[in-house]
Design a protein around this ligand. Structure first.
Ligand SMILES: *[C@@H]1O[C@H](CO)[C@@H](O)[C@H](O)[C@H]1NC(C)=O
Ligand SMILES: *[C@@H]1O[C@H](CO)[C@@H](O)[C@H](O)[C@H]1NC(C)=O
Length: 271
């Protein structure tokens, strides 16, 4: 757990009026170190906070040796005790997509969704209302997964891929240059690539396979869904997603410090 980057990301998120008390910060730092040790993760990232009506979910993620391997998500309501969430599935995503409105902040809360289903009785078919129960925990898992797929990002060079092997943290990463840090093409989606697989060999000719193995933000749809700003007299570059308001990425150019944090209601405003 990189405590320096955790503190920086908390500070940035507090700019949006969602800061943490000093007590909470201290609990986070300590408890996440324990999470890393107990679950034997290679790295633990503080992912952010989903604001609920009754309580907020603090979210952390555990990464194994392969940085693009399965990411384990954990939540906490008090920044001290953490519970592992189940992995996201497509079925979960489809089921929870119908839930609207704010999160409660209670993982056992069940939303009721009424669906019309076709019934058959003998040779008669008719439509009937069926009440479907959807657990908030499933919704939480799906939203984290959606946000990761859409806007989890990392600067080019922070990770490297070994030929046919796993993806590792580049321990000698020295950060982006100031000029590069202002370009969307210097940032990658921190998930398995989707676009890259469709590129022709010609388009791939300029790419370095050990560095360019993820999709860059350059061709993100919708266009203009990222804002890039230099802050603190060029000491910090801050990217904000307009697709998922509340997602803030920061990088201090020419240093290895970077990270992203989501603080928001878990509702996507642009769809
Ligand atoms: C790691 O980062 C350094 C400095 O930013 C870069 O020169 C190097 O190519 C990267 N290493 C690998 C293996 O990609
Ligand atoms: C990539 O190509 C496949 C088929 O070759 C197509 O189904 C898919 O939509 C393409 N994906 C993107 C992101 O363009």
């Amino acid at each position: 757990m990189d405590s320096e980057s955790l503190l920086l990301s908390l500070e940035l998120a507090s700019g949006s009026g969602q800061g943490l008390s000093p007590d909470r910060r201290a609990s986070l730092l300590t408890s996440l170190l324990l999470v890393k040790r107990d679950y034997r993760y290679e790295r633990v990232l503080f992912w952010g906070r989903i604001l609920g009506l009754v309580a907020d979910y603090y979210i952390a993620q555990g990464l194994g040796e392969d940085q693009l391997g399965e990411r384990k998500s954990l939540y906490s309501l008090n920044c001290m005790e953490w519970s592992l969430l189940p992995p996201a599935t497509e079925e979960m995503a489809a089921q929870t997509a119908v839930v609207k409105g704010r999160f409660m902040g209670d993982p056992s809360h069940e939303y009721e969704h009424i669906e019309m289903q076709r019934m058959t009785e003998g040779d008669r078919t008719y439509e009937d209302e069926v009440v479907i129960q959807i657990k908030e925990e499933s919704r939480l898992v799906s939203v984290i997964d959606q946000i990761d797929k859409a806007v989890a990002i990392i600067p080019r060079g922070a990770l490297f891929k070994t030929p046919f092997g796993p993806v590792h943290v580049n321990r000698t990463f020295e950060g982006l240059t100031l000029a590069d840090s202002k370009k969307l093409s210097s940032y990658f989606h921190f998930v398995e690539p989707v676009e890259l697989k469709n590129k022709s060999l010609l388009e791939k000719a300029d790419l370095d396979p050990s560095l360019d193995f993820m999709d860059s933000l350059e061709h993100d749809i919708p266009k203009g869904s990222w804002s890039i700003q230099m802050e603190r007299g060029n000491a910090l570059v801050v990217l904000r997603s307009l697709l998922w308001p509340g997602l803030t990425f920061y990088h201090a150019p020419r240093t290895k410090n970077h990270g992203y944090i989501y603080v928001g209601t878990g509702c996507c405003w642009m769809t």
